[in-house]
Design a protein around this ligand. Structure first.
Ligand SMILES: NC(=O)c1ccc[n+]([C@@H]2O[C@H](COP(=O)([O-])OP(=O)(O)OC[C@H]3O[C@@H](n4cnc5c(N)ncnc54)[C@H](O)[C@@H]3O)[C@@H](O)[C@H]2O)c1
Length: 362
């Protein structure tokens, strides 16, 4: 039976996710929450498909009110970023399993508050929503990195994230996006799309040394706020293997299309072989030959399918326990790693990721 779910946030991105929550098999949206009731009502009414009937009449201003009037076991949060911390805690305190789109928190203080609320209810599942790990190309890369007969122990790797992304600094009647004014949101909002795939496959590295690009690009509304434009990081895994990352929001070319730029260009070297990936094209090499070669679906249009798969995985983890720990720990791990990058860049130091994780989670 599908899990009764409250959907929070009916804005541009949130509405598309609501459509996918309706479409997925494992969840059943029973109520919505948005502070802008009128706009949300119009938006929800525009949705298609079975399960939409009456939903537009069950929109509330708060999760608490929605939960009082409707039975629900899970809550999906897709509101503006600075509101996440309060909404995640409210949802957990109401006893609901919670998935909040990245970034779940804007800073370490917010993340610590969330961990405290979750620590009081460890039986509830808490997930940071990350859609880029769910398409077939990302799944194939993860499979190759984890399987016995893949490239063997990872010896090193790299990822480049290359996108030209217009953020929104606001204006009359147009609230600014947190990405333009909250420090450190390059790693949390952009780099996380690529690096979540690494965390999902290889877990957290032992050390990180990172830098941010101090770049203003007024035409993209990048106003020079620290940590919002781009960044670089060098990770070191337990076995000493290095992995490097370079990404920017202000890229100047478009060689492979939006999807592949978000997905990243990757190389992995292992003791038995090597992997190259450009968006949906993946190749595995051994002894100088291509031994496996795939063109797979990369990001789906509007990330719809990616999120439908994610929401079904969330529901599956809740009903059958499948990948429950991996889903929770790896997505929260992505937040921790992105903040470790910010911390390293701020303090200009090589950071012990495990010690940092303990500091902000215990
Ligand atoms: N690939 C991705 O994962 C991806 C892509 C785009 C956006 N996002 C994230 O999704 C979130 C929403 O994006 P969007 O484009 O829908 O934003 P939006 O600004 O279009 O909509 C935000 C909605 O949240 C509502 N809201 C704000 N504060 C609220 C509160 N306290 N309680 C209830 N409702 C509240 C607003 O009324 C609005 O309807 C952002 O955090 C953004 O970073 C993720």
């Amino acid at each position: 039976m599908a899990i009764p779910t409250i959907h929070v946030g009916c804005g541009q991105f949130g509405l598309g996710r609501l459509q996918m929550a309706i479409k997925c098999k494992g969840l059943e949206p029973v109520a919505c929450v948005d502070i802008d009731l009128e706009t949300a009502h119009r938006a929800v009414q525009s949705l298609q498909g079975e399960g939409t009937a009456g939903l537009a009449n069950r929109i509330y201003r708060s999760i608490t009110e929605a939960r009082e009037k409707n039975y629900a076991e899970a809550c999906l949060i897709y509101t503006a970023t600075p509101s996440h911390v309060g909404l995640v805690i409210e949802s957990l305190n109401l006893g609901m399993h919670t998935l909040c789109v990245k970034p779940m928190a804007c800073n370490q203080g917010e993340f610590q508050q969330i961990m405290k609320a979750h620590g009081a209810r460890p039986g509830l599942m808490l997930v940071q929503g990350q859609n880029n790990r769910w398409n077939p190309a990302a799944a194939k890369m993860r499979e190759w990195l984890r399987q016995e007969n893949g490239i063997g122990e990872m010896l090193g790797g790299e990822c480049r994230g290359w996108i030209r992304q217009k953020v929104n600094a606001g204006g009359p009647g147009n609230p600014p996006q947190a990405d333009t004014y909250v420090e450190g949101l390059f790693f949390h909002s952009a780099a996380c799309h690529q690096l979540d795939q690494l965390v999902a496959a290889k877990g957290l590295p032992k050390y990180v040394t990172a830098y941010v690009h101090r770049r203003s690009a007024p035409e993209l509304d990048l106003t020079g706020v620290w940590g919002t434009a781009g960044g670089q990081a060098l990770f070191e895994y337990e076995n000493g293997a290095p992995f490097s990352y370079t990404g920017t929001r202000a890229a100047h070319a478009d060689p492979f299309g939006l999807g592949s730029r978000w997905s990243g260009h990757w190389t992995f070297h292992g003791e038995k072989g090597d992997i190259r990936r450009d968006g949906g094209h993946l190749q595995m090499f051994r002894q100088g030959r291509v031994v496996d070669d795939w063109y797979l679906q990369d990001l789906h249009p509007g990330l719809g399918e990616d999120d439908r798969i994610q929401l079904d995985a969330f529901a599956d983890a809740l009903t059958t326990g499948k990948d429950r720990e991996w889903l929770q720990e790896s997505t929260l791990g992505t937040w921790i790693l992105m903040e470790a990058c910010n911390e390293s860049a701020r303090t200009q130091s090589k950071l012990d990721v495990n010690a940092f994780r303990r500091k902000i989670t215990e």
